[in-house]
Design a binder for this molecule. Structure first.
Ligand code: FMN
Length: 135
């Protein structure tokens, strides 16, 4: 089956704490796994960056749900299209967690941000360390 990827950025509305962001990522990982969707969720206290990868229909359905979530606004797609393989395959939904570092994910994110353009990169390069989700 062909794989699809959507990457977007958005701005947090009100206050979402890093703990709440971790909770969103945990719940998303569980829910997305049912649809064979994987990816990455970054949060730098002001902005989200998320990558969703998986079957096209599932990625689009989940993105539509996320888009309507009032915890963020100004959702802008940065990338959308077919991919040959998952760039974040082993991460159900990676997210920031200061307790368990994963240097290799940091490298993947640096490469991702490099391809996303200078302004997105500027928003995220200084953000928290990136880590595997808790099992
Ligand atoms: C930044 C952000 C990213 C999210 N990512 C996902 C996700 O990857 N998968 C998911 O199921 N829900 C995600 N959510 C939560 C959804 O917006 C939604 O609240 C959740 O899927 C439950 O939807 P429901 O109440 O319609 O069942 C995210 C929310 C935010 C604010």
């Amino acid at each position: 089956m062909s794989l699809h990827q959507i990457m977007y950025i958005s701005s947090v509305t009100g206050t979402v704490t890093p703990q709440e962001c971790a909770a969103i990522a945990r719940a998303s990982a569980i829910s997305n796994r049912r649809d064979d969707v994987t990816g990455l969720l970054l949060f730098n206290s002001r902005r989200f960056l998320q990558v969703l990868e998986g079957p096209k229909e599932a990625v689009e359905r989940i993105f539509a749900r996320i888009h309507a979530d009032s915890r963020h606004r100004g959702v802008v797609k940065l990338r959308e299209g077919a991919i040959d393989s998952r760039e974040f395959g082993q991460w159900a939904m990676a997210y920031d967690d200061p307790l368990s570092p994963a240097d290799n994910l940091k490298d993947v994110v640096a490469a991702l941000l490099a391809s996303a353009g200078p302004s997105t990169r500027a928003h995220f390069m200084g953000s928290a360390e990136l880590h595997r989700p808790a099992a």
